[in-house]
Design a protein around this ligand. Sequence first.
Ligand code: CA
Length: 456
Amino acid sequence: AACAVAECGHTATIPSQAKPTPPNLVIILADDLGYADVGFNGCDDIPTPHIDRIAAEGVRFTSGYVTAAVCGPSRAGLITGRHQDRFGSSVNPTIDPSVINGPPRTERTLAELLDAAGYTSMAVGKWHLGTHPDLYPRERGFDEFFGFLSGGHNYLPGALELEDLSEVKGQWDWYRTKLLHNGFRVNTDGYLTDVLSDAGVEFIERVHRDGPFFLYLAYNAPHTPMQATDKYLARFASINNERRRTYAAMVSAMDDGVGRVLEALDQSGASDNTLVVFLSDNGGAKNNASRNRPLRGHKGDFYEGGLRVPFAMRWPAAMPRGVDYDRPVSALDIAGTAVAAAGPKAEAALFPDKPLDGVDLRPYLSGKATGDPHEALFWRRYGRQHLAMRRGDEKLIMRPGAQPRNQLFDLGNDIGERNNLSTAQRAAFDQLAERVRAWADEMVPPAYPSLGSWKP
Ligand code: CA
């Protein structure tokens, strides 16, 4: 069983390799996966042995957060290591190729930073960081891309019949485009999750001898549409609810893929010096039968169920094994850790006036640094004028206006956010409210229209 970092005295278990060579980086991103839907967070009806292995051989973050409760903005934060509201990537974008609808070129991506340090990189799966030609993955630092540009996709090969986004005529048509491989359309005949796993494994097998590599494996599973093959559905005959059964099959297919990626790292000898990160881009959604318990709320909410996600890291050469880390960490810290580990060339590629918001988690995991990695974590949902903040165990949710919502929770005693303390602890509430407003004043308005505004 895992133990807390503070209790284990685990620093002795970390190899005494003071300056490891730049690690490989593998980010495995799930889509709308519930906090409670991995074994390492207690899931009891969907076995995820391979995802669990990342936590068992590394660190489970019990308070791992993303920077937005929906896909597009969350991914913009993750891929830049900077809060996306600093540069207006605040909403889920449309697929209009004529507007800059992702992180602008005036921001660096993690792939660009690692490229400066000599990494070979590939993005696989869901991009959702811009359909403008200037924002394609290979324009944003990745050497290779295999996947799709839009925010979701059909899983069954017979449902991928449009040549590209130019054929999209209706709201959800973009789920039906053929996949892209380095700018070329490809025909595929497998279940999408398997096809993406194939691409990730093939990349590792091909490049691992050539220096450090970065694989960004962004599954769209288990985001809607709910589609699975008999191979995976057959594993869950005991689940009566059809939607939950399909969801379980989709998660299980992803878990198989994670297992194959870990196996490819083992076979190539790369596991020891590879930082593997697993997380979801936001909390479980209402419409895919996911579960976020004991957290309140879902994707789209500023309750914990929208923002706190399954989150684990494994890096045998530089991180402890089999521990829990309970203080709040952010998806921003993936870039914070990876860029610091990649060294001065990666750090020098940052724009001087645009430092990362993410931090290097290694000193916190080794016990060298105490306290929280962040003064606070902040969230903004512009369209609804929602603000949220976590500092220590205090969680604030605020919506100004005619029907204001003011909530303050003590997550240390109330992880389910049931007991609103905003009145009883008015001074504490006011102090946090002032802080989150000051943070929001540093942010900019959305730089492009949201998905909801788009008409084919
Ligand atoms: Ca998502």
